[in-house]
Design a protein around this ligand. Sequence first.
Ligand code: GUN
Length: 287
Amino acid sequence: MTGVRIDGKIIAQAVKDRVKQAVEELKKQGINPCLATVLIGENPASATYVRNKHKACEEVGIITKDHKLDANITQSELTKIIDELNLDSTVHGILVQLPLPEQLDEFTTTSRISPLKDVDGLTPHNAGLLTMKKAALVACTPSGIMEMFDYHKIDLEGKNVVLINRSNLVGKPLYQLLLEKNATVLTCHSKTKNLTELCQSADIIITAVGDRNKFTLTPEMIKDGAVVIDVAISRFQEKLVGDSDYEKIIQKASFATPVPGGVGPMTVAMLLKNTITAASLSTQIGR
Ligand code: GUN
């Protein structure tokens, strides 16, 4: 049996089409949605991601403000820039690209962003609201994955989901979103025992390790008809790869995402959606 390819480019385009319409509506109300990005240092992968985010904003009519900062910037200098963006009423969303250089603390940085402009859903305020099913701004990769389930009408109720990631950007928010849909969710990580057996019993596997030297999800590790969402993207043997080989996995899975062209485009599309949400929130508080 060959499964169905979950094509992130197609689903992302459907989201972008809706965002484009919302941008036009907001512009009629005199609001020009604007995303400010902050990129620190010279990490080539991060630079590519930010470039892609700008390009996507342009496609749907969202304005961007680009802040490229020196790799050696201090925490207090960065905090000052975030504070300025928080106060700038023409900016609706703020994204600080991660990972940060060593001298900067991720929590200090992300929690400084105004929760109303937190398009990554990373502030304690928005992460807390998510646990109570009240978040307006949710981390982009997790909400993009939920959009993929929705698009393909993949029912989550009562399903056993194995999540291989526990980060603030992916694993933790996904856990909450899946739980909201009545899935039974198991969060696995580098210290998890019997990962193979746990994967073999899962209806859905969502994997985001990103290092093939440490982990590969093989067809032997999944049951017939499982759904496999591969969030990872890394360079391995001169190629961009996920945690699994799509062509092999799809022979056994009912649905699977390719890498590239799977989850990646969804992350960008949901960032656009969050920027629109943040721009709408700004009208509700009269800013
Ligand atoms: N680095 C990798 N993914 C992301 C993301 O979704 N947001 C931010 N800010 N940084 C990232």
